[in-house]
Design a protein around this ligand. Sequence first.
Ligand code: IMP
Ligand code: MG
Length: 181
Amino acid sequence: MNSPAIERILIPESEIRRRVAEIGRLVSEDYRGRDLVLVGALKGAFVFLADLARAVAIPHEVDFVRASSYGNASSSSGTVRVACDVSLDLKDKHVLLVEDIYDTGCTMATLLERLAAKGPASLEICALLVKNRPREAEVAIRYAGFQIENVFVVGYGLDFAERFRHLPYVAVVSRNSARTA
Ligand code: IMP
Ligand code: MG
């Protein structure tokens, strides 16, 4: 009913819920006793961050950065712009960058560089999805939710031309139908 552009559900809501709870437990153990800041990359990570923050059982702060690399297309433009920076002081904090998807790696590399310059005590990445594809920039993912094939996906925060972010699951959009959606 959502749209003919949705081809199939790749990761159902129940599986996402289970995995986010697991990651939340891992983060809670790994960062116990430390000043943890979850930094969500807007817009794509807003749903994941909201669920992850509630699955992390230790005190922590939340902030956001905003980068854009895709514009309104389903292929990377190759350039990444940091449109909005964090507002918290990250000096000596343990920062976990929360991303929707590790695709070409350009966005994460840019955001890592920006966050590293703020002098955090540590800086790691948590990505809901890791796409199986060649990278333009390699980064180390400390917590990876799901490995997925090299297809364009939407839902659970991810969009195609700003659509489908609200879907509670991750789904595949066919590029042909996506173009006409
Ligand atoms: P990268 O810089 O190529 O790694 O792209 C990162 C950003 O592109 C992600 O944070 C997403 O917002 C977007 N992106 C990459 N792959 C997809 C996808 O399959 N669906 C929706 N957005 C995507
Ligand atoms: Mg996007």
